[in-house]
Design a protein around this ligand. Sequence first.
Ligand SMILES: Cc1ncc(COP(=O)(O)O)c(C=O)c1O
Length: 365
Amino acid sequence: MNDSLISFVNSGIENLQPYEPGRSIEEVVADYNPEKIVKLASNENPLGPSPKAKKILESLNESLSLYPSSDATSLKTKIAKFESVNNNQIIIGNGSNEVLELAARAFLNNSSSAVMSKHAFAVYKILTQACGSKVIEVPMINWTHNLQQFNDYCEDKTRIIFVANPNNPTGTFNSHSDFRDMMLEIPQSILVVLDLAYYEYVEAEDYIRTNELLDEFDNILITKTFSKIQGLASLRIGYGIGSKELCSVINKIRQPFNVNQLAQLAAIEAIDDIDHIKQSRDLNSIERDRMMAALESVGMECIKSQGNFISFKGDFNSEEMFLSLMKLGVIVRPIDNYEMLGYLRMTIGTPEENDYFFNHFKKLL
Ligand SMILES: Cc1ncc(COP(=O)(O)O)c(C=O)c1O
């Protein structure tokens, strides 16, 4: 490509820090070839996918040559029932990231701004900058979104507020009433994207009641994913729920066939596989408490998490610790890129995976 073309790249992209994914198992094998690998870097489900979803995947061989349902009609019907909304209030995405991206593309441009917390999920900043829009960051309080302040940070040109609840990478959550108070304060002309990727893991009281928010506010888009508790991260599927008008606008820029058929079928099975969801939630709850206590017992400062991960820091260099653990086959995540210097984030794995991590970690301290 010649230089003159590159000089026309949308403003914002030049200084954009691209998303840094966790190291993959393949990469770690290629670099270090450890005896065993425990991947605790990307907040996946250690129990894997719903067994019901796995079964349906096996039956698909015959129709691989056909395009998927462009509108994901059957899946939408299932989600609509599950979420007690209408089909036309749903957008299906190639991961919930795609829904976030569609919302950003629909509303952000170089004469707008988007508001989010400092230390919020990295994708919000990337999308905002990619649309040429200004990023406005609100400082957190105790690693938690300071929702009371959000309205003060909004400008006339603010078009989107992004809130992950619980937030990644802090794991902290905001109550339904705090969120609703923010909704009441901000102008209706701002779209609030409420990202509930870790919704099912939350045990705190007064957590978000999605239907009440959808009934009361038209300027809200709630996103959920099948990548976390449903354990379908590799299939890339998620969804957004909002008003009929909002979904109709955002759906206009969705590519046809954006979600493959395997993902649609697996999601239909996984969404109400209550046994798998309960088992995953229970495992996470017990192991999250156990790992938090273990980390604290060796002097770590942990951020109390409602998600399937814990961010913590201690008397170590996070980049060095990350590399030392990786050489031993344990993949966690340094989160310096979130301006959380010295912190590591571990995903809650199976008891055996967590022990493997912790036993190595202790020795490296
Ligand atoms: C807060 C948050 N939102 C969205 C996503 C993206 O999920 P998906 O796999 O559905 O694109 C993640 C993934 O880690 C996340 O942490």
